[in-house]
Design a binder for this molecule. Structure first.
Ligand code: FMN
Length: 188
């Protein structure tokens, strides 16, 4: 699968990316979604367990119906995502022994790290393809499970909204300065 993509340097790609919350009413080519998922597929994971699973929702009526469940009540601020042409439900397989050992010994849920890496691969591939994305953590996971009849062996970790956008938001990028978050060789 090959696309003519704009040629960005990696720095331009990451510096230019912003979360997109307003999408065009335009379907996303399946090949582009598959390219994003391929980028996720090759992501690194603890002990290479690849715990991620992706439920791709690309039917507008289904997204609208799902949004009424997942973004109701206290999750109302996420209503914008029901207008995205694609929502990816990001799941983690829980019955993986390496994840259980990591939790028992180090008290770290490695699958969260793995999912974060794979999800961000989606974000960056989408950016290169001219698509906007928004990670969605503020949604109802119980209703999501029920709506899609997701078996218990999967944890519903996050949603990802994907679609074309008219223009990038003009808001300034608020980030801490490097010197506030990095130390070399010793703690301050
Ligand atoms: C794990 C995660 C969960 C997020 N959940 C939401 C969300 O529920 N709703 C939302 O509008 N943005 C969500 N975001 C987007 C962040 O608000 C956004 O990344 C942050 O404000 C920085 O802005 P930028 O992505 O445009 O650089 C989430 C981002 C991450 C990484």
């Amino acid at each position: 699968m090959s696309f003519s993509t704009k040629k960005f340097s990696f720095q331009q790609l990451v510096q230019g990316r912003k979360s997109i919350r307003r999408f065009l009413d335009k379907p996303v080519e399946k090949a582009k979604i598959l390219a994003c998922l391929e980028a996720a597929r090759v992501a690194p994971s603890a002990s290479n367990v690849q715990p991620w699973r992706f439920l791709v929702i690309d039917e507008p009526e289904l997204i609208e119906k799902f949004g009424k469940e997942a973004f109701s009540g206290i999750y109302y601020p996420t209503k914008f995502a029901a207008k995205a042409p694609v929502i990816i439900v990001i799941l983690a397989r829980l019955d993986i022994i390496a994840n259980r050992i990591g939790k028992e010994i180090q008290n770290i849920h490695y699958y969260y790290i793995d999912i974060g890496i794979a999800g961000e691969h989606i974000v960056l591939q989408a950016e290169e393809l001219g698509l906007g994305t928004c990670w969605i953590g503020w949604f109802n996971p119980r209703k999501t499970r029920r709506f899609f009849k997701i078996p218990r062996k999967y944890k519903v970790v996050s949603l990802m909204a994907v679609g074309y956008y008219e223009k990038k938001p003009s808001r300034e990028r608020k980030r801490k300065n490097l010197e506030d978050i990095v130390w070399f060789n010793k703690m301050p």
